[in-house]
Design a protein around this ligand. Structure first.
Ligand code: GDP
Length: 133
């Protein structure tokens, strides 16, 4: 078993899609180990996305991520990181494969409904950012 972090982003919580996303995750056999609801402030969002420092979209992304409730959750499954990336699909929903969560519900390349860790090392870091684990 391995773990990864998923975040339901503000565009999805605003559209009341938390339960929908949880159902998709459970149907794909992810176990939800822990979850919480919170709103990030500017400096927390910048810290979380520090890897994107210098990117043209960072300011807009930070503003978006602070614009409403988010739901981070720890997910567990065999091959959790790669399987979750496959389930959510490409960053830009216009490029996401049919059947992925982003294909089905994302609004655009920024308001793309969910975040998922992209490596085991980042999963560890991102889980400890939100949870005492
Ligand atoms: P992810 O790993 O698929 O989430 O994608 P990245 O790590 O590349 O980017 C982090 C987040 O920044 C994405 O999920 C989007 O919310 C946002 N983002 C990425 N690329 C762009 C872009 O070109 N424009 C805007 N406005 N936002 C972007």
């Amino acid at each position: 078993m391995s773990r990864t972090l998923l975040i339901v982003k503000p565009d999805a919580t605003k559209r009341k899609l938390i339960e929908y996303i949880i159902n998709r995750l459970q149907a794909a056999r992810f176990k939800i180990v822990e979850k919480k609801e919170l709103q990030l402030n500017n400096s927390q969002a910048r810290q979380f996305y520090a890897v994107h420092e210098g990117k043209h979209f960072l300011d807009s992304l930070v503003k978006f991520m602070c614009s409403g409730t988010i739901v981070p959750m720890i997910l567990e499954k065999n091959n959790a990181v790669n399987d979750l990336r496959a389930l959510i699909g490409a960053t830009d929903p216009a490029k996401a494969e049919r059947g992925t969560i982003r294909f089905d519900i994302a609004e655009d390349i920024e308001k793309n409904s969910v975040h998922a860790s992209d490596s085991n090392a980042n999963a560890k870091k991102e889980i400890s950012f939100f949870f005492n684990k």
